[in-house]
Design a protein around this ligand. Structure first.
Ligand code: NAD
Ligand code: DAU
Length: 349
């Protein structure tokens, strides 16, 4: 039986990847290594926690002694590395956690693999990364796998750095690796610091929806299940040493996205049309705010026959329905530390 270590599996994307892999590959043992920071939540995996091929391990990837013991105790055949500090605004407020987890933590994992994989045959280190490493686009153009790196926030610089290190371990030590760089994910279980769940939460409570600057920044949105399907495919069939861009061909200005979300929320909550839009509040822009991200996913579409399965309208409606059905989940994660985070980020904006 193969054993795959998935890091960051209690987070947003990781929990969807784990659920998919545990169900699709009953003959594979899936170990979920997660520190359970503010972003990690075992509630996300309640429905699969008792499956025989799933095991949760609490641990910190910056802790080398912990990793040494784990790789000594377990015969790990592959790693899918999602653990990270993932929120741009937090990286602007306090970059060090991003340097520690995203860079040092990744190198620690690479070292553990390198040390324990005497025979590299059948082994694979899969690094999950972001389109933000490519910088910011103007009105035209798309990021391809050949686009030069130009990270512009502490978050994206830390992810770019880890991408380079993963490639360096491949070239220098022959470690089998594969990488993917994906655009903005949305869907169930996303922590409400990110735009879409934050707006859903505020609309529900009739609180202002903070839109940075003029709301003209553009993001390419992909439903999280589609990202999870791409990850599984790349892990099984991706060419070692290669990078795959993953995107939704689905660009929205933030303001248009929020207007669509307001419409869906009004319908679902049976409010008078236009009620939620009145909550839109333009606030001080994010420092160094990248204007536009957009992805050319030709490689993964052609080589691995992947494409997004949902329209944005459908995905957003599914997302809203999930949050409305899981109000207790939302209330849990927005009590306590979230309150002071929100105050610091938004009160004087
Ligand atoms: P998330 O913030 O929801 O989850 C991160 C998880 O990592 C949490 O469960 C947290 O507890 C865990 N973690 C953090 N530090 C850790 C440490 N030191 N040791 C062990 N576990 C730790 O993040 P996400 O949005 O699910 O993103 C997952 C990955 O995908 C990240 O690498 C991110 O850069 C990348 N990514 C995210 C998006 C997106 O839109 N969210 C898009 C492209 C790529
Ligand atoms: O592109 C992939 C990246 O997408 C991932 O690597 C990151 O982990 C993920 O956090 C996400 O980064 P963004 O900064 O694009 O996501 P966020 O949801 O924070 O913001 C989306 C857009 O909305 C961005 O232009 C900033 C804006 N925004 C965000 C928040 C939280 C607002 O206008 N108001 C807000 O309150």
């Amino acid at each position: 039986m193969k054993t795959i270590l998935i890091t960051g599996g209690a987070g947003f994307i990781g929990s969807h990847v784990i659920r998919r892999m545990v169900n699709l590959s009953p003959d594979t043992r899936i170990l979920n290594l997660d520190q359970l920071t503010y972003a990690g939540n075992l509630e996300n995996l309640k429905d699969i926690e008792n499956l025989p091929n799933y095991q949760f391990i609490r641990g910190d990837i910056t802790d080398t002694a912990f990793l040494e013991k784990l790789f000594g105790d377990e015969e790990i055949d592959g790693v899918i590395h999602l653990a990270a500090e993932s929120h741009v605004d937090r990286s602007i407020a306090d970059p060090m956690a991003f340097i520690n987890t995203n860079i040092i933590g990744t190198v620690n994992l690479l070292n553990s693999c390198r040390r324990s994989w005497k025979d590299m045959n059948g082994k694979l280190f899969y690094h999950i990364s972001t389109d933000e490493v490519y910088g910011s686009l103007g009105k035209d153009g798309l990021f391809t796998e050949e686009t030069a790196y130009d990270p512009r926030s502490p978050y994206s610089a830390s992810k770019a750095s880890s991408d380079h290190l993963v490639r360096a371990y491949h070239h220098t030590y022959g470690l089998p690796v594969v990488l993917s760089n994906c655009s903005n994910n949305y869907g169930p279980n996303q922590f409400p610091e990110k735009l879409i769940p934050l707006a859903i939460h505020n609309i529900l409570h009739m609180k202002p929806i903070p839109v940075y600057g003029k709301g003209e920044n553009i993001r390419d949105w992909l439903y999280v299940e589609d990202h999870a399907s791409a990850i599984e495919l790349i892990f099984q069939k991706g060419v070692h040493g290669r990078t795959y861009n993953i995107g939704g061909l689905n660009e929205w200005t933030n303001i248009d996205l929020i207007r669509l979300l307001c419409q869906i929320m009004d319908e679902r909550l049976e409010r008078v049309p236009g009620t939620s839009e009145k909550l839109i509040t333009f606030v001080k822009d994010r420092a160094g705010h990248d204007l536009r991200y957009a992805i050319d996913s030709t490689r993964i579409e052609k080589e691995l026959n992947w494409k997004p399965s949902l329209t944005f309208e459908r995905g957003l409606a599914l997302t809203v329905d999930w949050y409305l059905k899981h109000k207790a989940w939302m209330e849990n994660v927005t009590s306590g530390a979230y309150q002071s985070y929100y105050k610091t980020q938004y009160e004087e904006r």
